[in-house]
Every structure is written in C-alpha cells, then in structure tokens.
Design a protein around this ligand. Sequence first.
Ligand SMILES: [Zn+2]
Length: 346
Amino acid sequence: MSGTRGNQCDHGPGGSMSQISYDQWLARRCGLPEGFSQAQLDAWQLAALRQRALYAFAHSRFYRELYAGIDLPRAAPGELPLISGEDIARAGTAMACLSQTSIQRIVTMETSGSTGLPKRIYFSAADLELTVDFFAQGMTYMVSPGDKVLICMPGHNPDGLNDLLSRGLRRINVEPCYYGLVSDLADAATTIRAYRPDCIVAIPGQMLALAESAPDLRPPRLLLSADNVPDELRRRIEDLWHTEVFAHWGMRETGLGGAVECGEHQGYHIRHADLLLEIVDPLSGRALPDGQRGELVISTFNREAMPLLRYRTGDIAHLIAAPCGCGSGLKRLGPVQGHKLMEVIR
Ligand SMILES: [Zn+2]
C-alpha cells in the first residue's frame, strides 16, 4: 500500500469557497438564522427526521412495513423503531429508496450477526456530495487555503475516502496528496520530509509508530480518524512532534464524515445538518440524557438512496451540551468507543 507517491499529488486549480465558521455553515445548510440556538436546531431536526421518515415510507418496502400504523407527521423520535445492522443485511435492496440506476456507490460490510449476510449501504451522487461538503467545511478547522494535506488512509477507489476528502480539500483551495496506509515507516518519513504537508490525515496507531520512529518530522497538524483516539496516544504524539492533534469521528454508515474537533478540542462538532445523533440505553433502547454514556444511534436527514433512520451503531459515546470554547453553543459528540470504527476504510 505504501510508497513515495508525490507524483499523485494534485496541483490543479482549487474551487472557491468563502471561509465561514462551522456554525454559519450549519445555519446555511439548515436554513436557520445565524446564531441559531440548540432549541431551534432541535425543532429543525425533528421536522427533518419526520420528513425523511415519510420519504422512506413512500419509497422503501422495508420502511413501509416498519412504520405501518405510525403517525409519521407527528411522531416523536422515540416512536420510530430502532434498526440494526442485521436489519440492513436482511432487507437488502428493500431498504433502498432509489432504483439501482440512480445508485452511485455501494458500500459492502461484513456483519457479525446470525444471518452471516453482508450489509450493503447505497449512496447516490447527491449523498456523496453531502460528505464532500462536510469535509470541505470540517477541514477548515485545521487547514487554510494554500496548505497541503497528506492522506495516509485506506480507500483509494472512486468515491472512496481519499476521493471524497480530496474533492473537499480542493474546494477550499487546499492541495491533497494520497499516500495510503503506512506499512513502511522509513518510506513514510521520506515522503513527509519531501512533501512537507501542513496536515496529515491518518490512523492513530500508525501515526504513533511514525512519531516514535521519526520524532524529527513534526508536521504542524494531524487529523486522526478511523479509530479511537486515546488521550495517552494523543499526548505522546503531541510531545514527540510538538504538533496539534485533531480527531474526527465517522463511519461508513454516516457516509464516512460525521463529527470533527475544533481547535479547542472539547468534543467533536457534529454534522447536525445531515445527522441526528442520539444516545440510548443499549438494553432498553430508551433515550439517555446528555452527558450519559450509552449506545450511539444515528439518523440521516438528507440521504436519498438509503436513509438510515434510528440506526444502532453499536458504538458507545455521550453528547456534550456545555458550550465549546470556540463559542459554539451546539451539542457535540464526546469520545467514541466502538468496534466498528475501523470499518471506515476502503
Ligand atoms: Zn469548538
């Protein structure tokens, strides 16, 4: 996978996107006034969830059966049944809301469930664009126009992680360069010395190994994703490299992008315009109050090919209601622990 890939770096013209704050971006995406409150966002998200449930009911056999008898225009989130990876595997195309000809990308994941069936998640071109848009905005926390980003992640196929992230970066006039997973520390170090990225996007354990073996590299900023980012690991990398470590949470079910830290590092700023995140009791399925750890449940508001509504991720997390040091008063996601994080690949 590894190799000196400077020749894959993109020097093409960037897009144009004025620099706005994350919450201004959310305001635009949700059609809410600037400076909107969490209460306004809650109301917007409830309406968006109901609308997407109606859309799913109208276009998908799976959801039509699941929501039979539910008053969808007035349903509270808790009235919509939770769904699992097993449901996705069993439903197959019955969960899709678009015809196969409108599907741009199919992501296949093995499940550990009793059926042994893989689960497949369908994305339209518009669904993928939502992720590109989030990447473009989220990356502005750590890069500026003219910067260079080295991507040390798997997923080099069309519409895969590297492709979507690179498209987002070009949109904010940042140059992406794909390296891939680090399998040869010396080779990765040589590439970084030659390319001098302003930010590296990588997997936590791989960057720790690289920092231990080449403490002189000192990239200014690091974005860690696809796995837990323990505090100890973060501190060790920051000490070795004198770098600022950011963390991102996402999974293939969220369309890869999900939530990202700002420079205050007080939790992950959520992709609120596209995702409803809930925390439920893993046993009873009942919603838990902010701050309490439980199972993370996601709903996608805008996905047209296959909306996931109240999908149990199997990951454990909590929501943070206290305002962030950056000034945002919106809820954020706390550290996520889960076995599915490494699925953010390919
Ligand atoms: Zn913040």
